[in-house]
Design a protein around this ligand. Structure first.
Ligand SMILES: Nc1ncnc2c1ncn2[C@@H]1O[C@H](COP(=O)(O)OP(=O)(O)O)[C@@H](O)[C@H]1O
Ligand SMILES: [Mg+2]
Length: 1060
């Protein structure tokens, strides 16, 4: 049994200090949490031993009743916890005392009667329980230790009840979810516990009460799980109002984040069930060493690594539309609200930029937090002061900066948290840290909307890359638990590389799940392009929204034609919204766009999540991409659209240059869709990154493949053809303009082009259009030797588009795709253009053996391809065979760079065989693998009489003296090698002495790099002696070795070629 307080026979008197709290109403929502901050706040004083009798107890009865009965139910229940845990109260007595609905003073009297009947012992125990309840408040860490594998779990839950309640209360939402997911609780039981009349610790108690009577393992689950929960956050007694506020905020955020609410209606997915790890990578400062950017967990968001500006408060998460930014935030909110992570923050305030920009009136930080997120029922001033005094315990999240109509500026400084200012100024000053300095701010955005100005205030920048291949599979398995279904879907994706590529963006994975039946039925004829996929889901929604007899034809034009008015209403709303940067729509706006209930019921508009209580939640499109899709639909089919207005879609305007949107008075957005300006103006004002998506959809809808479908929706094929002609014309012109803007090549160098923003989208639009002729025409004007698309978020879908266009190039190009997310599926998509690539740079692209084997196999037939760079991918020995074959068969291959992968001696040995049979390779890079001595030996032997290799790197490969000896004999025979890089190995003096021997007789080497190899004076001496005999060598690098300053001073002057 839990240790009793030593003061069992202490008696007491009541001090008057508790009276301030005694007036707290007993069931105020949000009232919480620890007993200590309520009725027993300093309420009990000990006055001496002599009154320790039942009589004394009785004498104090009326005051005791007053105190126990006028505090909060919360406080009363915590006294019961202690009494239960000491077995003072039987279970039946406890149940009788906590009957809801009776006045608290009545329960207090019954409690006093009950303990009185147990004699002096009972009375003493009550007093002790009151003291313990009071003491709980003073010592925040009430650490209970129990055996999580106890053979009597229900009993232990009771014995440790106070500690368990204490530990559980801030995590109760998450624990309930988990217990339900594991089948310990029914949804009904969960709902009962979650009744809004209960505070969090009361919910925790109800859960324990249920565990006492359920014999299904719930008790064991709780004992084990609660043990692992982090300690509750401690707030001092004075911070009662803050605790209540924190608890209310948790409840609000938890309710909001539990479901993937963007897809409500038929499908209420629990985030917990469906959330799949998304690849998150830290962006390091340009120029910083590029180590492997391993995917990070969510917890990395606030770690200190990779700081761009250490003083800044803002952490930025960047990702394309549909890459999962909002879902990532939702996950963070849920983890926090259920107490599972991010518990350093006491307060987390979620905001969405698209909603914030609707606030037309000036507001202060205080109003932002309290009125637009969570209202403190008590002590507003105290709570606000606490937030100001402890900003490090506060996190504000702002989702979707790309949807904020205002461009970032740091021109207008605003530092007062209570003074109102415009919403944009408020946000910008929060991000800069002028307001709530040291409170963390987490901002998500699509890449185009992040300006250099904003980056200056960013602490760390992370990139969201979407699902990995395993992630896609995992996601499908979570979504489809029916036997075999997920397997079939996975097989389908593997067989349809283009569709597989799309699914790396979570929003596509969602769509594939949604339309799984159609996809499995279609089999091989699966969608390939983005437009295919959105049309499929459109038909899916239409089919499922229609009553069965209303859709006799199944999917097809009849279906679209039947709902054309609805589609046009939605399309017009979507386009207007893009034009005025409005992404959530009020009832009034819907009405003005003639969107009625039936249109909404189709399912593409859903209730926006809104933290602020009160007004009905506005509607928004399922996802911004759907808004763009509907806008494109409208542009293609509406009779109100002049074909010539489509030209605005294909203008490569840089993001942020949407002047009208910036100046647009807020009222215009608040107001209903107006005819003012119409389509043309909307297109001119829309954000470029939304226009780009819309343009690609438009191209897709106008493609030959889909034109038939659309023509049947509407009589006028002529109108469609006119729009198509305009799209063709504009697209070709834009690409031409783009190519013309490339500066001419420097003398002696190949003409090089770094893709300007928008280029990829033009290429994507061409791909959606699927017009070979146009693609051929487009690249006819492209005369560059080097096409650079680094850090451009190139994923598999972009690879498909690039290949579609680039394969028509007339002259081969070096394609540089470093720092993207090409992956194995992307490599497959690139294959069609491999024939026109003379070099392919794929540094840092998440490529594994599978992708490389496919690549190498195709490269066998691509005579133009002479260079492959695969630095920093996921290659292992499994790709060595394919590469060896490539070297063997392609006697004009020039460069193979495999740095920073996972190749060991086995792989090196296989590769060495290919190398031996090759006579063309000039560059071979193995930096940062693990070939070791044996690998080095194999490679060295293969290179002994190699005729062409000029540069060879084995930096950081765990090579010791044995490997060095082999390399030394290679040097003796080889007559072509000019640079050998062996830094960061374990050569030691012995290895270096061998190399020096080799060097004496080598006729070709110009640079030998031996830095960081534990070399001492002896090794350097040997090298100096070799240098005396060798005139070819120009540099020997020896930095970072074991020389003293004096040694360096002696060695240095002896030969200038020694770089120390
Ligand atoms: N980590 C994830 N796990 C499961 N589903 C996800 C995940 N991320 C995104 N999704 C799915 O993709 C959809 C689009 O993601 P979202 O977060 O809205 O993207 P973004 O905000 O980047 O545009 C979500 O509604 C959800 O269905
Ligand atoms: Mg989003």
């Amino acid at each position: 049994m839990e240790g009793h307080p030593a003061s069992l026979c202490l008696s007491f008197a009541i001090c008057q200090m508790g009276l301030t709290i005694a007036s707290t109403s007993e069931r105020t929502e949000g009232v919480n949490e620890f007993p200590q901050e309520t009725a027993y706040n300093g309420a009990w004083c000990i006055v001496g031993h002599d009154m320790c009798t039942q009589e004394a107890f009785q004498a104090q009865r009326s005051r005791l009743v007053g105190l126990l009965g006028s505090g909060s139910l919360e406080a009363f229940e915590s006294v019961l916890d202690w009494l239960l845990s000491w077995d003072v109260l039987s279970w039946e007595e406890y149940e009788g005392l906590r009957v809801l609905g009776q006045p608290l003073s009545h329960s207090a009297r019954r409690l006093l009667d009950t303990v009185w009947n147990k004699g002096a012992w009972g009375c003493e125990q009550l007093l002790a329980a009151v003291q313990e309840a009071q003491a709980d408040g003073r010592s925040p860490a009430l650490r209970g230790h129990w055996d999580p594998h106890s053979p009597h779990p229900a009993r232990d839950l009771q014995c440790h009840r106070p500690a368990i309640v204490r530990r559980l209360y801030s995590h109760v939402e998450g624990v309930l979810d988990l217990a339900q997911a594991r089948g310990f609780l029914s949804p009904y039981e969960c709902d009962e516990i979650r009744l809004p009349i209960f505070t969090s610790s009361q919910r925790a108690r109800r859960l324990l009460d249920l565990a006492a009577v359920k014999a299904n393992g719930l008790a064991t689950f709780l004992l084990q799980h609660v043990q692992e929960l982090p300690d509750p956050l401690a707030l001092s007694l004075e911070d009662a109002a803050c605790q209540k506020y924190a608890s209310k905020l948790r409840t609000t955020v938890s309710a909001q984040s539990r479901f993937l609410s963007s897809y409500d209606g038929a499908e209420n997915l629990c985030l917990e069930d469906i959330y799949t790890e998304n690849a998150l990578e830290l962006r390091t400062e340009a120029g910083a060493p590029q180590t492997s950017p391993a995917p990070l967990g969510l917890d990395a968001l606030f770690r200190s690594g990779g700081r761009l500006n250490a003083d800044a408060d803002t952490v930025l998460v960047v990702g394309e539309a549909g890459s999962g930014k909002s879902t990532l935030l939702q996950r963070l909110h849920l983890l926090w609200a259920s107490g599972r992570d991010f518990q350093d923050f006491l307060f987390v305030f979620p905001f969405s930029c698209r909603q914030l920009q609707r606030l037309a009136k000036p507001l202060s930080v205080r109003a932002l937090l309290f009125q637009h997120c969570c209202w403190p029922d008590l002590g507003q001033e105290e709570v606000f002061q606490f937030l100001l005094a402890h900003p490090e315990r506060v996190l504000l999240t702002f989702d979707g900066f790309d949807e904020f109509r205002f461009r970032f500026t740091d021109g207008e400084r605003h530092c007062s948290p209570t003074e109102p200012t415009s919403v944009q100024n408020l946000l910008f000053n929060l991000l800069q840290g002028n307001l709530l300095k040291n409170a963390r701010k987490l901002l998500t955005s699509r890449p185009d909307a992040v300006s250099a100005g904003l980056r200056r205030y960013v602490r760390a920048e992370l990139h969201l890359r979407g699902f990995s291949e395993d992630g896609i599979e995992l996601y499908l398995r979570k979504r489809h638990r029916e036997p075999g279904l997920a397997d079939r879907l996975v097989r389908l994706l593997r067989a349809t590389s283009a569709l597989h590529g799309l699914c790396h963006l979570p929003v596509f994975a969602w769509m594939v799940s949604k339309c799984h039946q159609e996809l499995l039925l279609q089999g091989g004829g699966s969608p390939r392009t983005t437009t295919d996929m959105y049309l499929l889901i459109l038909q899916h929604f239409l089919l499922h929204a229609s009553p069965p007899d209303a859709a006799p034809h199944g999917p097809g034009p009849g279906l679209l034609r039947g709902r054309l008015p609805t589609l046009l209403h939605l399309g017009r709303l979507a386009l207007w919204g893009l034009g005025v940067s409005c992404y959530v729509f009020s009832a009034k706006q819907l009405q003005a766009a003639h969107v009625d209930g039936a249109d909404v019921s189709l399912g593409f508009l859903v209730h926006a999540k809104s933290v602020a209580p009160g007004s009905p939640p506005p509607l928004e499109f399922l996802h911004i991409t759907f808004q763009c899709f509907f806008a494109a639909f409208y542009l293609v089919l509406s009779t109100d659209v002049r074909p010539s207005s489509l030209r605005h879609l294909f203008n490569c305007r840089p993001t942020g240059s949407s002047p009208l949107a910036r100046l647009l008075p807020a009222l215009c957005v608040q107001g209903p869709p107006s005819e003012e300006g119409g389509v043309e103006a909307w297109l001119q004002q829309a954000e470029p990154h939304n226009l780009q998506i819309t343009a690609a959809f438009l191209a897709g809808l106008l493609s030959r493949e889909h034109r038939g479908l659309l023509a049947e929706c509407q009589a006028s094929e002529k109108a469609l053809l006119r729009r198509q002609a305009c799209a063709h014309r504009c697209l070709a012109r834009s690409l031409r303009k783009h190519f013309c803007s490339i500066p001419p090549a420097l003398p002696g160098e190949a003409k090089s082009m770094h893709a300007l923003p928008g280029f990829l989208w033009l290429v994507r639009s061409l791909y959606e259009l699927r017009e070979e002729r146009l693609a051929r025409k487009a690249v006819r004007g492209l005369d560059v030797g080097h096409l650079k698309l680094t850090f451009c978020s190139v994923g598999p879908a972009e690879c498909a588009a690039l290949a579609f266009v680039l394969r028509h190039l007339r002259r081969p190009v070096a394609l540089q795709l470093d720092h993207n997310s090409v992956g194995d599926v992307g490599v497959e998509q690139l294959l069609p253009c491999l024939g026109v690539c003379k070099a392919l740079y794929l540094r840092d692209n998440n490529i594994s053996d599978r992708g490389l084997c496919t690549l190498a196999e195709h490269a066998l037939r691509c005579e133009e391809l002479q260079k492959l760079a695969l630095f920093n991918n996921k290659l292992t020995d499994g790709c060595a065979q394919a590469l060896a074959r490539l070297l063997e068969c392609r006697q004009n291959f020039l460069a193979l760079r495999l740095g920073n992968n996972h190749i060991t001696e086995a792989g090196a040995q296989v590769l060495a065989r290919g190398l031996r049979a090759n006579s063309s390779l000039q560059f071979l890079g193995f930096w940062g693998n693990q070939v070791g001595d044996k690998g080095a030996q194999a490679l060295a032997e293969a290179l002994s009489d190699h005729q062409s290799l000029r540069w060879f790197s084995l930096v950081g490969n765990r090579i010791g003296s044995v490997g060095a000896r082999a390399l030394a004999s290679m040097l003796e025979k080889n007559m072509a090698l000019e640079e050998l890089c062996l830094e960061e190995n374990q050569l030691g003096d012995e290895g270096v002495c061998s190399l020096a021997e080799g060097l004496r007789r080598n006729p070709s080497l110009k640079v030998l790099k031996l830095s960081n190899n534990c070399v001492t004076y002896r090794g350097a001496e040997a090298l100096l002696r070799a240098l005396e005999r060798n005139d070819t060598i120009q540099e020997v690098w020896l930095r970072g070795n074991a020389f003293s300053r004096e040694e360096m001073e002696t060695l240095g002057p002896r030969d200038a070629r020694l770089l120390l």
